[in-house]
Design a protein around this ligand. Structure first.
Ligand SMILES: Nc1ncnc2c1ncn2[C@@H]1O[C@H](COP(=O)(O)OP(=O)(O)OP(=O)(O)O)[C@@H](O)[C@H]1O
Ligand SMILES: [Mg+2]
Length: 311
């Protein structure tokens, strides 16, 4: 039986070059597969750490995994799709995972390559020209990019019971995210339907994401919004937000005990550092000048204009 896929994006030569460079860097970064054992001594390829378990178990239709750099949000996103593979859903388990640009997908490809080859040896393969994973049991995961709402037309009418968004605050507003919600469906009974997203605070989309999941006050506590209302007062499906912290990623910190200092070094300004180290939503972000604004350099002391009468 053939499956209708969204047409594969034909990348420009520049995008292809950027993709290749990003992929080889990401593959190097993700190289090592840690040896892991469960509490009862069974060797496993991957097991959840800290808040990853809560994210994977979330029964809520829309679930956001937000927080500091590095707790394992992207791994959690990938596993939330993989967990339902080879569970009998077959072709009905179709997922799509978005980033904004084609080159950015290289990071997701590297992570899926890292884990899927070991978790499903010989039972799934990556089709590079179509940018999708296919399981011999029929499940499919598409990697796609969506920059603007008009890109949605490629997916109108499609069915994806799993929709994943990586780095959600990269999108300046909720248009792309919302348009895709209606595609989260399947006509097969017993197949889960879920929208999953990851993000750090900060970024151009900081404010709409903060608002959608009500990340005010104690943003580090799990938020469950059972009956969110849209702008017309109509009730939507439940949504949930789960916070992850780098301290939960024991495997990463054991391999790189100085990773938190690395985060400090790479943050471009104090708001970014707070977002990346604490996962704070209380920062000022989402504006055009956030990444260049720094009161230490962008404020001048009060001075008298030459030639103007003094107050
Ligand atoms: N449960 C796990 N078992 C083994 N390795 C893991 C696990 N969770 C995460 N990792 C590894 O830790 C590293 C960081 O995880 P990941 O990239 O998912 O974090 P993140 O929260 O998405 O980070 P960022 O904020 O930078 O996007 C990766 O190499 C990832 O494969
Ligand atoms: Mg990530």
């Amino acid at each position: 039986m053939s499956i209708a896929h969204a047409p594969a994006h034909v990348p420009t030569p520049e995008e292809l070059e950027a993709y290749k460079a990003r992929l080889s860097a990401a593959v190097l970064r993700e190289e090592a597969i840690p040896v892991q054992y469960t509490e009862d001594g069974k060797r496993v390829t991957w097991q959840d750490q800290g808040s990853q378990g809560e994210f994977l178990d979330s029964p809520w239709f829309e679930t956001l995994y937000h927080g500091t750099r590095g707790p394992g949000k992207t791994d959690g996103l990938i596993m939330s799709f993989a967990m339902e593979c080879e569970q009998g859903h077959g072709e009905a388990w179709r997922g799509i995972m978005f980033r904004q640009t084609y080159p950015q997908l290289a990071d997701v490809e590297a992570k899926t390559q890292k884990w899927f080859r070991h978790i499903f040896p010989g039972r799934c393969k990556f089709n590079k020209s179509k940018m999708l994973w296919e399981w011999s049991t029929g499940e499919v995961l598409l990697l796609r990019h969506m920059m603007r709402p008009s890109d949605y037309l490629n997916y109108h009418g499609h069915e994806y019971p799993f929709i994943g968004w990586e780095e959600l605050t990269n999108w300046a507003n909720d248009e792309c995210y919302k348009l895709m919600i209606a595609c989260c469906r399947t006509s097969k009974m017993d197949v889960p339907r879920m929208i999953r997203a990851t993000t750090n605070p900060y970024g151009v989309g900081h404010n709409w994401v903060k608002d959608r999941w009500q990340l005010y006050g104690k943003w580090w506590e799990t938020r469950i919004i059972l009956e969110p209302k849209n702008s017309q007062g109509l009730i939507e499906r439940p949504r949930c937000a789960i916070h992850g912290h780098i301290d939960e990623n024991k495997i990463l910190l054991a391999a790189d005990p100085h990773y938190k200092q690395t985060i400090v070094s790479s943050a471009a300004n104090p708001a970014m550092a707070e977002a990346w180290l604490d996962g704070s939503w209380d920062i000022v972000a989402g504006g055009m000048f956030d990444d260049v604004w720094d009161a230490r350099y962008n404020l001048v002391k009060k001075f008298d204009l030459p030639g103007w009468p003094k107050e």
